[in-house]
Write a protein that binds this ligand. Sequence first.
Ligand code: ISE
Length: 325
Amino acid sequence: MSLAVGVIGAGVMGSEHARILREATPGAHLSGVCDADVARARQAAGGVWVTTDALELIRSDRTDAVVIAAPDITHASLVLACIEQGKPVLCEKPLATTAAEARGVVEAEIKASRRLVQVGYMRRFDPAYAEMKRLKDEGAIGSPLILHNVHRNPVVPTWFAGPMSVTNAFVHEIDASRWLLGSEMVSAHVRSLGAGDPLLITMETDRGEVVSTEVFMNCGYGYHVHAELVGQKGTLQTITPRLVTENLSGFSRGTYPDNWIPRFRNAYIAQLDQWVKSIRSQLPGEGASAWDGYLTTKIADEIVAAMANGVDAKLVPEAVPALYR
Ligand code: ISE
């Protein structure tokens, strides 16, 4: 039987998840959409049930599983409600806005003795990042030494302020770096340029690798995410996927998208597909667990606190609970 999935939040990300569930997710279908703005919910729903009450959607018999794409501040409490109902949940990143809340989600899963949560760190499903990891794991470039990440958005709205470039954007780089290298971060140093944008964040891992990341939220020219992994024998770098290069008037050029959806469209599709398959087969998924989501938010929290105090962050790796080993 097809898995009935309800989506909470009908903004940029929620609408995209709803569209993928309507059009491109074998084994599942969109069964409901929740948003405080009913018109927006209806638009994303394409004819299925809509509600303005997130708890109603989570508790409803019409939903077997839930995708959360509501504002970051609501994530932890909505995920807890899904765990309470015993319903699998794919929560957009971050899992929570504070490490304490994220830890609460981990504790709830441990208490339920069931892994119900996947966090939407979709880079793990991006063909370029996945190929980079495959080659690195095969030993193609020898031992990794440095990971260079670039994370640029053309512009962010005024509400995207203060520590959000760490807690909302850089969190992707924390998760992708931990996953790609298979290492834990032990320290972080932040250099703030301009009026706090861009940031240059350097982390060191427990294996002595260095992860450098530029986070530039108002770079002006387009959405651009890039990674290059330097190893002892060579490097691996992602190639920005493009369908066409325009050759004109003495120039060769390609365009950048306005936001992350065109760049990571295939990753979002693969992520939902794998999530649905893991629920249907009752096997653990390949995505980020609640534990990964917790560690990422904890590192982000510690970096923000260290920035406020003008010091480096000392990050202390924690023992992984049995449920997540
Ligand atoms: C946004 O929320 C995302 O998740 C995008 O993937 C990220 O690149 C962007 O910086 C965030 O603001």
